[in-house]
Design a binder for this molecule. Structure first.
Ligand code: ADP
Ligand code: MG
Length: 249
């Protein structure tokens, strides 16, 4: 279970998060919604160790993540995607292998020298990476340069790269932003399948309310860094504060 308690973040006079608390049950999808600037990406930065809160805690089970470095949090099983595409040059396989990096035991030197243990390990990583590519529907593009892919496929590479960490908790920052209708539907299906098959928890930041309503078990609404409402998608949809502040009703 991932527990966020009273997290507060300030940037030079601006309170980006103000006492944010929510809990993500194992195997559930928790959506974090709110207008632009509400603090959703900042919250992901706190969860992944890129940003230190001035108050509050983040715990994964019994382990406090709040002051750990990003690579340690990743190794403990929290993976994320970024709102903007961060995949580099190279093929889909190359990018997914990068996602595997923190799980690699043999150092780069051992791998470069092609020591037997390192070679065996790389082979196992590559086999697993191929399975993950299949899971998200990228197997046909396994050896394709990422830059040659459609936007939707490229966003799915980001998603697959996070999965390569074998996370228990997956943080998805606007996974369908910029996609067309068909790509959105496909990605939504893939997220649902991955969650069911791998049994991981998902924290989903997304503006596409159709997707949120379909995938989320629980929703937390942020407004100017403050938690505005919390509940099931149906409860949140009917919440008067949400209707007023967020949906503009
Ligand atoms: P969201 O993802 O909900 O759109 P963000 O978390 O990106 O919102 O931003 C929340 C607020 O914090 C915004 O007002 C944004 O301008 C500000 N902010 C985010 N990151 C930084 C930073 N590194 N330095 C200063 N201000 C920031
Ligand atoms: Mg954002």
């Amino acid at each position: 279970m991932l527990a966020v308690r009273g997290v507060t973040v300030r940037f030079a006079g601006l309170t980006a998060l103000d006492g944010v608390s929510f809990t993500v049950a194992p195997g559930s999808v928790h959506a974090l919604i709110g207008p632009n600037g509400a603090g959703k990406s900042t919250c992901f930065n706190v969860l992944s160790g890129l940003c230190r809160p001035v108050a509050g805690t983040v715990r994964l089970g019994d382990t406090e993540l709040t002051r750990l470095a990003p690579h340690r949090i990743a190794r403990l099983g929290v993976a994320r995607t970024f709102q903007n595409i961060v995949t580099t040059e190279g093929t889909v396989a190359d990018n997914l292998m990068l996602g595997r990096h923190v799980l690699t035991r043999a150092g780069f030197t051992a791998a470069a020298l092609r020591l037997p243990g390192a070679v065996r390990e790389q082979r196992a990583h590559r086999a697993r990476v191929r399975e993950i590519a299949e899971l998200v529907g990228l197997d046909a593009h396994f050896d394709t340069p990422v830059t040659a892919l459609s936007y939707g496929d490229r966003k799915r590479v980001e998603f697959a790269r996070a999965l390569c960490l074998e996370p228990d908790v997956l943080l998805l920052d606007e996974p369908v932003a910029g996609m067309n209708g068909a790509e959105r539907a496909r990605t939504a299906r893939v997220i649902g399948e991955v969650r069911a098959r791998l049994g991981l928890s998902v924290v989903l930041v997304e503006h596409d309310m159709g997707l949120v309503m379909r995938l989320a078990d629980e929703v937390t609404v942020l407004d100017f860094g403050r938690p505005l409402a919390h509940g099931t998608p149906d409860e949140v949809r009917r919440h008067p504060e949400v209707l007023r502040a967020y949906l503009g009703a």
